[in-house]
Design a protein around this ligand. Structure first.
Ligand SMILES: [Zn+2]
Length: 270
């Protein structure tokens, strides 16, 4: 599943379309997870002003006061290409005035494409309840403390809740907890201030590093130019079940929490 760093990499990749104008729009007849609010043909003649990201949503802002939200779901890919071959799972393709195409392909169709009035972005049902971005200053001790005060759930599952902080996916929280030496089994509300501070800075560091390396590309994901990300080469605990811990040489344990795999070192993470 493309996570925040991968989506950020795609955002940077498609920013090359800023200032370009759409000359034709192809939309497949297949249904996506959400229907578009506005007819996608209204993208014709629209010029790209800006490409932003919120959590795992890509948002392309146009000069006709409309914005396009692209959500990659489980298997979505966005590419910029010189040609458009209308492959089986291409659901949206926009040709630009310089001859390039922006293509959205999603084999499993858990993603969506939504064109709406830019002024309605803030109240969009998928965006309105999101917590802070992990790299924003807003994600700090005071904010996190307030939100997890009453959480009796384990810290790992808690931090994957998008209302607490967005984009901290399974790989990233596993790596962050190892980095700061906190066990994924701890109750969220049992963490002391100094531990929360360590966790916040670990998350920021791990996410920033993943963005710098172009995301992790475990499954179907490719960047807008088709390159694979490199973050998976830096995993220190994720996927290392029964291997020696890189810090103490004890064995890494794998457990399930809320249906997701957790990897941790019982000796280094308390
Ligand atoms: Zn260890």
């Amino acid at each position: 599943m493309p996570e925040l760093p991968e989506v950020e990499t795609v955002r940077r990749g498609i920013s090359c379309l800023i200032g370009k104008k759409i000359s034709q729009v192809f939309r497949s007849t297949k249904k996506m997870r959400l229907d578009s609010t506005l007819d996608l043909q209204r993208l014709n003649n629209a010029k790209v002003l800006e490409v932003t990201r919120r959590a795992r949503y890509l948002i392309i802002h146009f000069d006709n006061k409309k914005s396009l939200i692209l959500h990659l779901g489980m298997s979505g890919k966005v590419t910029v290409s010189r040609d458009f071959k209308q492959l089986k799972h291409d659901h949206l393709a926009c040709e630009f005035d310089d001859g390039r195409w922006l293509i959205f392909n999603d084999a499993r169709r858990f993603g969506f494409i939504d064109l709406l009035e830019t002024k309605n972005l803030k109240t969009h049902k998928m965006l309105s309840k999101l917590g802070p971005e992990p790299l924003d200053d807003e994600f700090d001790l005071a904010d996190l403390k307030e939100k997890i005060r009453t959480k009796k759930m384990n810290i790992k599952t808690t931090m994957m809740d998008n209302e607490i902080v967005v984009g901290v996916g399974n790989i990233y929280i596993n790596e962050s907890l190892f980095h700061c030496g906190i066990s994924p089994l701890r109750d969220a509300n049992s963490l002391k201030d100094f531990e929360l501070k360590k966790l916040i800075s670990a998350i920021k560091k791990i996410i920033k590093n993943a963005i710098d390396l172009g995301g992790s590309s475990i499954s179907d994901y490719v960047t807008a130019s088709g390159d694979l990300g490199n973050f998976q080469n830096t995993f220190r605990v994720y996927g290392r079940e029964k291997l020696n811990c890189l810090q103490c040489s004890d064995l890494i344990k794998k457990i399930k929490q809320n249906g997701r795999s957790s990897f941790y070192c019982p000796n280094c993470q308390r």
